[in-house]
Design a protein around this ligand. Structure first.
Ligand code: UD1
Ligand code: CA
Length: 482
């Protein structure tokens, strides 16, 4: 690829994208955890260009902020008014300050499925054929809205691109379209842009006119037909956004499956581009894997699970769970119906069971929190068992406090650990205890009211009730047996 290293890549992203009907600029809409323009910039970077310029205009500050946050160092050119794609490229060359020596690649910021590989093939064809311009074209089932590739009837050579709005009926019947991606000779591009006129239906400077201008001046003009027309899908509305999401998702899952991941039902699984897997990971239906999530080998996630920025250790089982910024240890068990919030770290073979919520909690090796509990701001040692329905009372209404529980502890069901508090290694606590004081290692803590039975209360206070009759019956049996 470095032999064909382009002098510059220009990404066109100044348009508003009115058909999205959104307050968010079109190119900042997200698919698979990355903005539309982000996908294009990522693919463009695979060409290793000497310069990369994104043309911004509509909501330019927002787009520039986004680029500097996610793609630091990206240059931008400002196009104050959207006077057409040709005008936009002129602004980019103005930003560079010179007509580049070598190849200039132009891509639109709204074609997120375009791969670096396809761009590389276009640049290679452009160089091999010695063209002044090579357009990436595609055969599509429905060409409505696209610029049409017009070829010479006899030779088949590309003669011009005609925009849909400017096309004759005969031209509209052409199904080979302009993807909006080009490789140009930089010097010839700069020259030709100076000659582009605005005498078209939209009154704009069309980049596509450069092709006809170069051809008329006797230069070589070519087209490279994309293997799969879906790759050049341009996003103009939400329907196309969802369609592209589906195609990209399928592409990501196919890559994972071919690398050894079992995806039981790809149609119900969503993954982001930044998710990584190891072979023999299993993904069950209804699962969303987002952000920097990593699934180790032999781990099983889902069904019905959403993980963001979460690591699942090898052999772990995560069922019907929502987790964010959590680390799940090797062989650990989570769910069904668990919620792991940021800062949760589950040790090797640890368990966060049914209806368990955790936040900022470090759970040691083999420690189990099996049922109906909230563990917030806590450190728990190894091989401890937390009784059902326990709450780590971490908030006093002003600040959060920490609870520490040692190793090999057995805490009773329905305990409240009122932080800050510490339970020592090997300690026990009685069911129903509200633990407000530290428990020394090896002690049993009992912190609840004593039970008092008031005999005959029902017969006196609820005479004639079903309860009173049942009690009387039980009393007779009791005296019969006695
Ligand atoms: C453009 C092409 C068309 C092609 C189609 C592929 C032209 C004249 N037409 O049409 O041949 O089939 O893409 O999807 O090039 N932009 C700017 N500044 C402008 C105008 C546009 O930066 O002044 C940017 C837009 O933000 C967008 C891209 O250029 O990312 C394409 O613009 P758009 O208006 O979507 O062009 P199409 O009508 O789709
Ligand atoms: Ca478009």
């Amino acid at each position: 690829m470095s032999a064909n290293r382009p002098a510059a890549v220009v990404v066109l992203a100044a348009g508003e994208g009115t058909r999205m009907k959104s307050k968010t600029p079109k190119v900042l809409h997200d698919i698979a955890g990355r903005s539309l323009v982000g996908h294009v910039v990522s693919a463009a970077r695979e060409l290793d260009p000497q310069d990369l310029v994104v043309v911004v205009g509509h909501a330019s500050e927002q787009v520039k902020e986004h680029l500097s946050a996610h793609f630091p160092g990206t240059r931008t050119a400002y196009q104050a008014e959207q006077n057409g794609t040709g005008h936009a490229v002129r602004m980019a060359l103005g930003e560079l300050g010179h007509a580049p020596q070598g190849t200039v690649v132009v891509v639109c910021g709204d074609t997120p499925l375009l791969s670096g590989e396809t761009l590389g093939a276009l640049v290679a064809t452009h160089a091999a054929d010695g063209n002044a311009v090579t357009v990436l074209s595609a055969e599509v089932p429905d060409a409505t809205g696209y610029g049409r590739i017009v070829r010479d009837a006899a030779s088949g050579a590309v003669t011009a691109i005609v925009e849909h709005k400017d096309a004759s009926d005969a031209e509209r019947a052409i199904l080979e379209i302009n993807s909006g991606v080009f490789a140009f000779d930089g010097q010839l591009l700069a020259d030709a842009l100076g000659k582009v006129r605005t005498d078209n239906v939209q009154g704009e400077e069309y980049l596509t006119d450069v092709l006809g201008i170069l051809r008329e001046a006797g230069h070589r003009v070519g087209a490279s037909v994309a293997g799969d027309h879906r790759e050049i899908l341009g996003i103009n509305n939400r329907l196309q956004l969802t369609e592209a999401r589906g195609l990209l998702n399928r592409r990501l899952l196919e890559r994972a499956m071919l690398a050894g991941v079992t995806v039981v039902d790809p149609s119900s699984v969503l993954v982001d581009v930044s998710v990584t897997f190891e072979p023999d990971a299993v993904v069950h239906p209804g699962t969303q894997l987002l952000g920097a999530t990593h699934i180790c080998g032999d781990a099983e996630v889902g069904p019905n699970t959403r993980l963001r920025d979460t690591t699942v250790g090898s052999g772990a089982r995560v069922d019907n769970t929502v987790a964010e910024s959590a680390v799940i240890g090797e062989g650990a068990s989570v769910g069904p119906f668990a919620y792991l919030r940021p800062g949760t770290r589950l040790g090797v073979r640890a368990k966060a069971g049914t209806y368990v919520e955790m936040k900022n909690a470090s759970i040691g090796e083999g420690t189990k929190v099996p049922h109906l509990s909230y563990v917030g701001d806590a450190t728990i040692g190894d091989f401890t068992n937390i009784g059902a329905a326990s709450v780590f009372v971490n908030y006093d209404g002003e600040s959060k406090h920490h609870t520490t529980i040692g190793s090999h502890c057995k805490t009773g069901s329905d305990n409240m650990f009122v932080a800050p508090v510490t339970v020592g290694d090997g300690a026990y606590t009685a069911a129903g205890s509200v633990i407000t004081k530290d428990v020394p290692p090896g002690s049993l803590a009992v912190a609840r009211g004593q039970q008092r039975n008031i005999e005959g209360w029902v017969a006196r206070k609820r005479p004639g009730s079903a309860a009173a009759q049942a009690a009387a019956e039980a009393g007779r049996q009791f005296s019969d047996e006695g």
